[in-house]
Design a protein. Structure first.
Length: 607
C-alpha cells in the first residue's frame, strides 16, 4: 500500500497561511505599516487605488534592508524581531511571526524597493505568487517602498467575496486609524485614488485624536493617568453627555498594540452606570503599559486578542481610574430644574418672624376714562359696535394631516378592525393609544405605530425618487471623520431621495441645505450623524438594504416620542394611517406595534 501523506509545496502552504493573516486589503495595510513602524520610520505614506484591489503602496524612511534581507524577508517564519521562544514573552515590536510578507507575496504581485543608509544603491525585488520574478540594483532613497498590486489575483474566490470599494476602504481607514492613534510622533499621510484623506503631523496624543476624528471630540474628552506597580493607564474617556447608541470611538491599546477586550470594556462602562441612557456608549482611548512578561499576544493571527496574567487587578485599576476621571472633573450630571420664567420662591425659614402677607397699594380714585386736562383719550362710546360683523362660531383651521397620504387598506382583517373600532380613543401615560374594537380592547404603541407609518412613506419616496424636501433658512454644518465621509458618499443618492441636500465644504465638513418635510423639532445634525452611523455596516451592493436602514433611522428619529400628549383627532389619524400600512402588527425594526386584549379576558378579570 502506497503512502498518502506528503508535504505541501511552499506555494500552497503560503496561501493557507495567507488565509489567516491576509483577509482583505486592510490586512495588507496593517502589516506593512506596522513593519514600517518597527523599522524606525518617521514618515509613512500610504497610497491605495480602488480600495486596495488594484494597488497598495506603503513608503517609509526607516532603516531599509540589504539585498539579502530583502530576499529573505519573504520567506515563511523569517523575522528580525525574535531569536528564541522566550522572546515571545518579551516583545517590543508590532510584528514577530515572520508570516506577513510571505502571505502577501503568495496572493499578490509585490515589488519592493529598499536601501540602507550605508549602501550606495538599493535593491528592487519583484515577486508574484511566491515566485521571485526579478532582483536588481536600483537607485532609491533610504527606507522601503512596498507596492502590492492585484491582490488575490490567483485566488479568484477570495477576490470575489471582497465587499464593495467603499466598504473595503472603510475597513482600511479603520485599520489605519488604529495605528496612527498609537504613534503621534510619526508623520502619516493617506491617499485614496489620488485624493488626500489624511495628513497627520507629529504632535501630542490629544492632538492626534483631534486630527483623526475632528475638532468637536476635543471638547468631549476627559484625561486619565494612573501609575501602579501592575500597569500604567493613560488616555481619555468621553463625557457622559457625548454618549451615543452607535459609532462611539472606543479603543484599547496595550504596549502600543490595538486589542479588543470585552472584559475591560465592561470596566469602563460600569463607571458610567446611571450616567448615560441604557444601550448607549461613550468614546474612550485607553493606553495600557504592562510588562511584556505579564501578557501573551501570540493567540490569534490578527494579534487583537491578548491574555493578561493580572486581568482582575487591571480591571479594578481601570474601573477606578475612569470613575476618578469622571468625578474629578465634575462631570456627573446634577438635577437641573427648568426655572426659566418661574417665580423665585424663597425657602421657608421658621426663625424669620417678619414674614407676612404681601401688601397691595392701590388708588381707589383712579379712573382711566375720566376726562382730564392732560393728553388722555376719551373712552369710545358704544364699544359693542366695534365687534359687529364678527361671527361667534369661527371654524377652526384644519389640523395638519400626517406626513403621507393614506393608501387603500390592506388585509380584510384590518378593514374589519377599522370599521368596528370606536371613534373615541384614550391615551395611557402618554405612550399607548387604547381603543375599543369588536373583539376587545386594542392597545397601540404610539411611537412604533408612527414609526411604521413614516417608514412606509419614506420607502415609497425612495421608490418614486421624489422625496419632499424643505429648504433650511439657515443651513446647518456637520463634521465627519474621513472614515465616515466614505460612508456618507456611499449613501448620498439614497439621502437625496429622502429629501436631504448636503454640500461638501471640504475637510470632512458638509452643509445641510434641505431636510425631509415633516421633521420639525428634530436635531438635523444628530439625525444625519445617526443615519451615517447606521449605514456603516451596510453593503453598498445591496440597494434595498441601504434604503431600509436609512428609512428606519429617519423614521425612528421623526416619530412621535413616548410621553407626547395627543388629541383624539391626532390619535384617530394615527390609527387610520396605521391600518393603511403594509404591516400593521410590527414596526420596521421588528417590534410589536399593537396588541388586543380579548373581551373574554376582560370579563374574566372582573369575575
Amino acid at each position: 500500500m502506497s503512502d498518502i501523506i506528503q508535504l505541501l509545496p511552499d506555494s500552497v502552504a503560503n496561501q493557507i497561511a495567507a488565509g489567516e493573516v491576509i483577509q482583505r486589503p486592510a490586512s495588507v495595510i496593517k502589516e506593512l505599516v506596522e513593519n514600517a513602524v518597527d523599522a524606525g520610520a518617521r514618515n509613512i505614506h500610504v497610497i491605495v487605488v480602488d480600495a486596495g484591489r488594484t494597488s497598495i503602496q506603503v513608503i517609509d524612511d526607516g532603516k531599509g534592508m540589504s539585498a539579502t534581507d530583502a530576499r529573505l524577508a519573504f520567506e515563511r517564519h523569517a523575522t528580525s524581531k525574535i531569536r528564541k521562544a522566550d522572546d515571545l514573552f518579551n516583545l517590543h515590536t508590532m510584528g514577530f511571526r515572520g508570516e506577513a510578507l510571505a502571505s502577501i507575496a503568495a496572493v499578490a504581485q509585490v515589488e519592493l524597493k529598499t536601501r540602507m543608509a550605508d549602501d550606495e544603491v538599493g535593491t528592487n525585488l519583484s515577486i508574484s505568487a511566491s515566485k521571485v520574478v526579478a532582483q536588481e540594483p536600483v537607485a532609491c532613497p533610504v527606507g522601503s517602498n512596498f507596492s502590492v498590486e492585484n491582490l488575490f489575483f490567483n485566488v479568484p474566490a477570495r477576490r470575489k467575496f471582497l465587499k464593495s470599494n467603499s466598504t473595503e476602504l472603510n475597513n482600511i481607514l479603520a485599520a489605519f486609524e488604529r495605528i496612527v492613534l498609537v504613534y503621534p510622533h510619526i508623520n502619516f499621510t493617506f491617499h485614496s485614488n489620488g485624493v488626500e484623506v489624511f495628513n497627520l503631523h507629529t504632535g501630542n496624543l490629544r492632538q492626534r485624536i483631534t486630527d483623526v476624528f475632528g475638532k468637536k471630540i476635543n471638547q468631549e474628552l476627559l484625561p486619565i493617568d494612573v501609575d501602579t506597580t501592575v500597569c500604567r493607564i493613560t488616555g481619555f474617556v468621553g463625557k457622559p453627555e457625548c454618549s451615543r447608541k452607535k459609532g462611539a470611538h472606543q479603543y484599547f491599546f496595550v504596549n502600543e498594540r490595538f486589542m479588543r477586550h470585552p472584559f475591560f470594556h465592561k470596566a469602563v462602562m460600569n463607571a458610567f452606570e446611571r450616567l448615560v441612557p441604557a444601550g448607549e456608549q461613550v468614546p474612550y482611548f485607553i493606553y495600557m503599559n504592562v510588562s511584556p512578561e505579564d501578557i501573551d499576544v501570540n493567540i490569534h493571527p490578527t494579534k487583537t486578542e491578548i491574555k493578561f496574567e493580572n486581568e482582575q487587578a487591571i480591571w479594578q485599576i481601570l474601573a477606578a481610574a475612569v470613575k476618578e476621571a469622571v468625578g474629578k472633573f465634575n462631570d456627573v450630571p446634577s438635577i437641573d430644574f427648568d426655572v426659566h420664567g418661574k417665580p423665585d420662591i424663597p425657602a421657608y425659614n421658621p426663625a424669620n418672624t417678619q414674614a407676612g402677607p404681601p401688601k397691595i397699594s392701590a388708588d381707589p380714585q383712579y379712573n382711566p376714562f375720566r376726562q382730564g386736562t392732560g393728553k388722555q383719550n376719551a373712552a369710545p362710546k358704544e364699544w359693542e359696535t366695534l365687534y359687529q360683523g364678527l361671527e361667534r362660531n369661527i371654524e377652526e383651521p384644519p389640523r395638519e394631516q400626517a406626513f403621507f397620504d393614506m393608501e387603500p387598506a390592506g388585509p380584510e382583517v384590518s378593514q374589519g378592525i377599522i370599521v368596528d373600532k370606536s371613534p373615541v380613543h384614550y391615551q395611557y401615560k402618554g405612550c399607548y393609544i387604547m381603543t375599543a374594537v369588536k373583539s376587545g380592547l386594542m392597545i397601540i404603541d404610539q411611537h412604533r405605530a408612527h414609526m411604521r407609518i413614516l417608514y412606509d412613506g419614506y420607502m415609497r419616496q425612495q421608490e418614486k425618487m421624489a422625496g419632499a424636501a424643505q429648504k433650511m433658512l439657515f443651513p446647518e454644518m456637520v463634521q465627519f471623520p474621513p472614515s465616515d465621509v466614505v460612508v456618507l458618499e456611499r449613501v448620498m443618492p439614497e439621502l437625496e431621495r429622502l429629501g436631504f441636500e448636503l454640500t461638501s465644504l471640504g475637510g470632512g465638513s458638509f452643509a445641510i441645505n434641505s431636510v425631509p418635510s415633516g421633521i420639525e423639532g428634530v436635531n438635523v445634525v444628530n439625525l444625519v450623524r445617526s443615519m451615517v452611523e447606521s449605514a456603516v455596516e451596510l453593503d453598498a451592493a445591496q440597494h434595498d438594504e441601504i434604503c431600509h436602514g436609512l428609512a428606519l433611522c429617519l423614521a425612528r428619529q421623526a416619530a412621535i416620542p413616548h410621553g407626547q400628549i395627543l388629541s383624539n383627532e391626532e390619535m384617530e389619524n394615527i390609527v387610520n394611517q396605521l391600518f393603511a400600512c403594509s404591516n400593521v402588527n410590527y414596526a420596521p425594526d421588528g417590534k410589536a406595534v399593537l396588541a388586543i386584549l380579548p373581551q373574554m379576558e376582560i370579563e374574566k378579570l372582573l369575575d
